[in-house]
Design a protein around this ligand. Structure first.
Ligand SMILES: [Zn+2]
Ligand SMILES: [Zn+2]
Length: 142
């Protein structure tokens, strides 16, 4: 059973809601854990054996280009995706590599492209980095 939200997002950007696209969007919406292409692929391939990594990669890129998902590139080694398109701050743990949402922090929010110092800015991201509470707890126990 696919949520109306997933269908609505695909229709909004004029994409045919194929099983693969819907499943990928649905996964993003129900797993706010900032999954990578590999995470999404591993989660969905048991139910969609015809799925390929290239399809997941291309679909997630398309979603982020069309702004129905966020692409998060905190470091070169790790690109992850977020179905939550409301601006929010991300926190990257340098120990475990997890990406957390910090909803209480003020996030920059551009409603539309904006000229800043002569540059046309159409995207904004704010990342915090450090050590997460789980990793700090582990350190304290050792
Ligand atoms: Zn951590
Ligand atoms: Zn997020």
């Amino acid at each position: 059973m696919k949520s109306n939200e997933a269908i609505e997002r695909l229709e909004r950007i004029g994409l045919r809601p194929s099983v693969q696209r819907l499943s990928i969007m649905e996964y993003l919406l129900t797993h706010p854990i900032h999954p990578t292409v590999e995470d999404v692929y591993q989660a969905l391939v048991p139910e969609i054996p015809t799925l390929s990594r290239a399809t997941v990669y291309n679909t997630l890129r398309l979603f982020s280009e069309k702004k129905v998902a966020q692409m998060i590139t905190i470091d070169d080694h790790r690109v992850c995706y977020d179905g939550n398109i409301t601006p929010h701050v991300h926190f990257f743990c340098k120990e475990c590599g997890k990406v957390y949402d910090l909803f209480d922090e003020n996030a920059p929010s551009l409603k539309r492209p904006k000229l800043i110092d002569g540059n046309m800015v159409d995207e904004e991201q704010l990342y915090y980095k450090g050590i997460c509470k789980d990793c700090m707890a582990k350190k304290a126990n050792n």
